[in-house]
Design a protein. Structure first.
Length: 665
């Protein structure tokens, strides 16, 4: 008698089934609605094809569109395969390589036949139409296990040189799988996939662009064409995504930065920002805001050196773990006189600091610290340098020189949870002052790390418990744990902000670290008179000023809150007869603490309005002969259609209130 398999379901029930049963069979047995909705299955935690038979007793959870993260990864993987099939159907002789799912879609790297030019944007409409044809054909997606020799023979026979090369490197002792699309097309793939192409929505994807790529990412290899697409579960989701992209293009901080004359970047200092007076005013307002916040929270501000000896970085562990991202400097005059080496082997090495942590430990170690001195909260607007890859640099969002609102809290073991709770409260206040909602995530130990498992267990539990005690480990705050994403020396809590168009940005962090105090020999004298190691909490709220300003520009589409706006008001004249009155208005606004400019140019008022609107000036105060005679101003507020005429003193009061930072109201 055949022994039945026991399949445990999420509701706690157990079904006994015959060997060969699939998750699709169980979905059908539960009901026709679930059979139609089920896209794949999670079997003992592993996502699998819904038509793949069980291997033995198992825990089963069926995946539907409600399981959005899993469902999106599945459909995007399928869209990539359909893309490759479509390209080969349209242009026989095309070679395919690889095509993964991405955060918002998919891509596939292909090589056009020798008989035609590489694929271009002009080819995308035809490819899209062919993809829809394949989807509407509802072709079954069927998994088979092949040997390595079968794969090599298949790809070599069909002239698929890239696939054949890859197949030759696959391990013989591993299960190698292919997926058929219908009966006439297959690809080498681990899976999983949907049951058929018809499970995809033919209106829920769009091919976006093409780009050059190299086989296996090596520029010495053959050049391929990478075709990018975006794929979703429904047309509604696709439309929302395309709308977000349109909004993002309008809000691009690089474009707005030029229009608002905030900053620029250029090759002479690649990856570093040239701040203009208007942009640096925004910086200064943020810096003043953060100083008020940290002063009120009991931090002590310090300033540490930019360049430190390599031996310090070696002791901290950064030289071994982070060296490739550091700018190093030989402590020797370079040789420019003869043919010898530029720098001798005897040169001492120093490095620009990529982070502030080791320097803060050195400040802590000055003088003897007692348990009564803790917690000691040291803060620095610390300028750091990291040698980011050239291709990864992106405006203010990814730079090589940046300034962190960085602080380190040195505390006793019994103070950790309370200090993390206080930080959570401070971060919450700051983000709400800027109008952000956020999610909190706990990044857990990575594979490569310092410290023992016991230390990591303790550090992770402390951060987790602090968030729980603060009432933030809830669905409302998007609480999630991220295995493997902690720093090499500590787990961390991350704050992910959501902006005005639904994008998320990882900004603030706090990390519980026992490794660095140990490596740099930091200690305090305990109540027992013995030396003890402090725990070091690394924390930031803005993350970096550069990136936070970029996020603010895009979040507000350049229309910064009045208190942050570099110019809060412009007084513009209609006629030159009002110049004197305009200058009086400017003087009174300046006396009230408003950042104001006068526009007395001999230009039409509509021209002035357009120009200052483009510069995102929050308030334009228009004055002419009538306003001068009556002591009024016509206030045009950015984004509003109608202007308001009001007495000057009323306008000053309104602007003074709007220009007051939220923490001072």
């Amino acid at each position: 008698m055949t022994e039945l398999l026991k399949i445990s379901l999420p509701d706690g029930s157990v079904r006994e089934v015959e060997p060969g049963t699939t998750p699709a069979d169980i979905a059908a047995a539960i009901g026709p609605g679930l059979a139609k909705a089920a896209l794949a299955a999670r079997v003992d935690g592993e996502v699998r094809d819904i038509a793949r038979p069980f291997d033995g007793d198992a825990d089963l959870a069926l995946i539907t569109a409600r399981d959005e993260q899993d469902a999106l990864e599945l459909v995007r993987h399928d869209y990539a395969h359909v893309l490759a099939e479509a390209v080969q159907a349209l242009w026989p002789g095309t070679q395919i390589t690889f095509g993964p799912a991405t955060d918002d879609g998919f891509y596939y790297d292909v090589k056009a036949p020798d008989t035609r030019d590489p694929f271009s944007m002009d080819d995308l409409p035809a490819i899209e139409e062919k993809m829809r044809e394949i989807i509407r054909a509802d072709k079954p997606l069927r998994r088979e296990v092949w040997t390595r020799e079968q794969l090599i023979e298949k790809w070599e026979a069909e002239g698929e040189t890239f696939k054949a090369e890859w197949a030759k490197e696959l391990p013989e002792d591993e299960e190698l799988t292919v997926y058929w699309s219908g009966e006439d097309w297959l690809d080498m793939c681990r899976g999983p996939h949907l049951a058929s192409t018809g499970k995809l929505d033919p209106q829920a994807f769009k091919l976006m662009r093409v780009a050059g790529a190299y086989w296996r990412g090596d520029q010495r290899n053959a050049q391929l064409t990478r075709i990018y697409g975006t794929g979703w579960l429904s047309k509604k989701q696709l439309d929302a995504h395309l709308h977000r992209l349109e909004e993002a293009a309008k809000r691009d901080h690089r474009k707005l930065g030029r229009e608002m004359d905030l900053f620029h970047l250029q090759e002479e200092a690649h990856g570093s920002v040239f701040w203009h007076p208007q942009g640096y005013r925004v910086w200064r307002e943020l810096e003043a805001y953060m100083r008020r916040a940290i002063d009120g929270a009991g931090y002590r501000e310090i300033k540490t050196p930019q360049v430190m000896d390599a031996r310090q970085w070696e002791q901290s562990g950064h030289w071994g773990k982070y060296r490739e991202n550091m700018f190093v400097i030989p402590d020797e005059v370079p040789n420019v006189e003869d043919e010898g080496p530029l720098v001798s082997d005897a040169a001492e090495w120093m490095a620009l600091k990529p982070m502030n942590c080791p320097a803060h430990v050195l400040v802590f170690k000055q003088g003897i610290k007692s348990y009564r001195d803790l917690p000691l909260r040291l803060y620095e607007n610390g300028c750091c340098h990291r040698n980011e890859p050239h291709g990864a640099l992106h405006g203010l969002m990814r730079v090589r020189q940046f300034t962190q609102d960085d602080a380190h809290i040195f505390c006793r073991e019994d103070q950790i949870v309370a200090e993390v709770r206080k930080f959570c409260k401070l971060a919450d206040r700051v983000y709400r002052d800027f109008g952000f909602t956020y999610a909190i995530k706990l990044a857990l130990r990575p594979e490569q790390r310092f410290g023992t498992d016991e230390q990591w267990d303790q550090a992770e539990d402390e951060l987790r418990n602090a968030v729980i005690e603060a009432g933030l480990a809830t669905e409302e705050y998007g609480w999630e744990e991220l295995p493997g994403e902690g720093a090499f020396y500590a787990p961390k809590l991350e704050w992910h902000l959501t902006d005005a168009i639904g994008r998320t940005w990882q900004v603030g962090t706090i990390q519980s670290d026992r490794v660095l105090p140990e490596r740099l020999d930091a200690s305090y004298v305990g109540e027992d008179g013995e030396r003890h190691r402090p725990v070091m909490l690394h924390r930031a709220i803005f993350g970096s000023y550069e990136r936070f300003i970029g996020i603010l520009i895009e979040h507000f589409a350049g229309r910064l809150p009045v208190w942050l706006a570099p110019t809060q008001a412009v007084v513009a004249t209609i006629v030159s007869d009002a110049d004197g009155y305009a200058q009086d208005v400017v003087a009174k606004l300046e006396a009230a603490g408003i950042r104001v400019e006068a526009d007395l140019r001999n230009e039409k008022i509509n021209y002035k309005v357009r120009e200052h609107s483009l510069a995102k000036v929050p308030h334009l105060l228009v004055v002419g002969k009538r306003e001068a005679e009556e002591g009024t101003v016509a206030v045009r507020t950015l984004g509003e259609q109608q202007q308001k005429v009001m007495p000057l003193e009323e306008a000053i009061a309104m602007l003074r209130e709007a220009a007051t930072p939220p923490d001072l109201r």
